[in-house]
Design a protein around this ligand. Structure first.
Ligand SMILES: [Zn+2]
Ligand SMILES: [Zn+2]
Ligand SMILES: [Zn+2]
Ligand SMILES: [Zn+2]
Ligand SMILES: [Zn+2]
Length: 549
């Protein structure tokens, strides 16, 4: 796996340690990064050249050691394992500073949940101690709205309400002396209101406030607002900026074509063109999807589901009854199904449940969402980010500097089509209120759906969670009669996707051409795989979990 680090104003030192080096069963590499932030002019000047050289050597040495480690490990284990965990230690508390200061090009990560050879041996006891449950309470703790040890009670008319204390993303309940979820804490208070966030109160001297109020406060925090901010792209001088192709995700050498109407750039070869045409060329998102005509003089509507444009008259020819919000009945059905399911918990069995999450803004959508549910869904988005951020390497888009995984999780929009992630939804699996698996999904109509990221919490790997999640997603798609699911896979995981999940490499011309008319997340060196639901066997959710899933 190749890394290409570039640093601007800051010194960056990379180190790697291996957890459980002596444990022959361990396949988990721990990778820690230390970023030093500048401490002001005076101290900055104090750093001599000699020291800088030493640091340079140290860095080279450490990078080399790291590569050696990876290679050695690959040889020993018989297969290459991705570095599955990363700790970034920052001098500054402002953790999102790293987005601005560290550019990192990483291999694609359609799946970053390298299976551990056994279910537990890969996790050392110290790692277990550090692991936090991915719950809304953990997020509130991260946002410093609550703290471990805070006293909580449940607002009830009954006498003698049960109290508890916040502990590790859960509540240590005084009635049973166990760590319970907010939902169980509500039950232990003999209430069936099913509104724990509204009725659980946290006492933080001298204040008493409901979890609901804490949720609102946390969501309005600066950091959260930054995470969900829309990215406004301002085109730079073409000589300064390297273009990145929307279809293949690559920059560098090649013949590019720029849309006359929007800032999107494409390789001519990626849009099946021979040479650059003389007339003003419009991309697939700037023309009517039915008649192919576009340009500023045209009155085109934009589909709220797939973002493709269309003439109202052209839509009328297709379907007289379709509302003009959608480009056709398929997008209407997909949108209504997703939005109708938003935030609703669906039980799988007595242990697990799944739900669809997507950031919900205050502006009412087509399907209105209750305010309590809205806050809970948004909090789940933040929890999804906790999980994804722990599992995936940080991927910074080279052209725009945005954090890709984070922007996908928060469904951030942009005027630059390639990094407009507003239509991403996340399918999550939960155990009680703990998020243990998540997958990012974007529908481009019924022909093509993409899933660039799927992750399982480290503590639940090897327990069939990924297969369960895939099973949920597949049956959801089959209900909608979706044909193809497309994923960008890295080289190491391609075989696993082919063998375990019946994916194939995209190499047929028709599908390739079809893909070239959609905005799909792609990474340099990734391999595009697809699963044809009409012709390939679906995942068996009831199969016994094995070591490789
Ligand atoms: Zn209890
Ligand atoms: Zn391209
Ligand atoms: Zn365009
Ligand atoms: Zn048209
Ligand atoms: Zn559409």
């Amino acid at each position: 796996m190749a890394y290409n680090f570039r640093h601007r104003s800051q010194r960056v030192r990379y180190e790697e340690t291996r957890d459980g080096e002596s444990d022959s069963n361990s396949s988990d590499l721990e990778y820690s990064t230390l970023i030093e932030t500048p401490r002001g002019n005076g101290r900055g000047r104090g750093r001599g050249r000699g020291r800088r050289i030493n640091r340079q050597r140290e860095r080279e040495h450490s990078l080399k050691r790291r590569q050696d480690n990876v290679t050695r490990w690959a040889n020993r284990g018989g297969r290459s394992h991705r570095i599955a965990r990363r700790n970034i230690v920052l001098d500054s508390e402002e953790s999102n500073e790293r987005n601005n200061n560290l550019e990192m090009e990483t291999a694609p990560s359609s799946i970053n949940q390298e299976p551990l050879p056994t279910t537990t041996s890969g996790i050392s006891s110290s790692q277990k101690a550090r692991r936090t449950k991915k719950t809304i309470l953990s997020w509130l703790t991260d946002c410093r709205k609550v703290e471990d040890g805070d006293l909580v009670n449940y607002l009830t008319e009954r006498s003698g309400p049960v109290t508890g204390r916040i502990n590790n993303g859960a509540i240590m309940c005084n009635c049973c002396d166990k760590e319970v979820s907010v939902w169980n804490f509500e039950r232990h208070n003999k209430s069936d209101r099913k509104q724990p966030y509204k009725h659980i109160q946290v006492y933080r001297d001298p204040e008493l406030c409901s979890l609901q109020e804490s949720l609102i406060g946390a969501w309005q925090k600066d950091e959260e607002q930054k995470r969900r901010a829309m990215f406004t792209y301002v085109p730079k001088n073409i000589n300064v900026e390297e273009p990145v192709c929307l279809i293949c995700g690559n920059g560098g050498e090649g013949e590019y074509i720029c849309c006359h109407n929007c800032p999107s750039v494409y390789h001519t070869s990626c849009v099946n063109m021979e040479g650059v045409p003389y007339k003003n060329w419009l991309c697939h998102y700037c023309i009517c999807k039915y008649c192919g005509v576009g340009g500023v003089s045209q009155h085109l509507s934009t589909c709220c589901q797939c973002n493709k444009k269309f003439h109202w008259a052209c839509l009328q020819l297709q379907d007289r009854n379709c509302p003009s919000l959608y480009c056709g009945p398929s997008c209407k059905e997909i949108y209504e199904k997703l939005e109708g399911l938003l935030g609703i918990q669906n039980d799988i069995d007595e242990r697990y449940s799944w739900r669809v999450v997507h950031k919900v803004d205050t502006i009412p959508g087509v399907v209105p969402v209750d305010e309590n549910l809205r806050m809970e869904i948004n909090a789940k988005v933040a929890v999804t980010w906790m999980l994804m951020n722990e599992v995936f390497e940080t991927i910074i888009d080279q052209q725009t500097g945005i954090n890709v995984v984070q922007s996908v999780v928060y469904s951030c929009g942009s005027n630059l089509r390639r990094v407009n992630f507003s239509r991403f939804y996340t399918f999550v699996i939960e155990k009680d209120d703990e998020m243990i698996g998540a997958a990012s999904i974007r529908f481009h109509g019924k022909e093509i759906v993409e899933m660039p990221f799927i992750a399982t919490d480290e503590a639940y790997r090897g327990k069939g969670i990924c297969r369960l999640l895939m099973g949920i997603i597949e049956s959801f798609m089959c209900d909608l009669k979706v044909k193809n699911l497309i994923i960008p896979s890295n080289v190491e995981t391609t075989e696993m996707w082919k063998v375990k999940y019946n994916f194939d490499v995209v190499n047929n011309k028709v599908l390739k051409k079809n893909i070239s008319s959609y905005n799909m997340l792609m990474f340099p060196r990734a391999i595009r795989l697809y699963k044809d639901f009409f012709n390939r066997k679906l995942v068996d959710m009831n199969a016994e979990p094995d070591q490789e899933i």
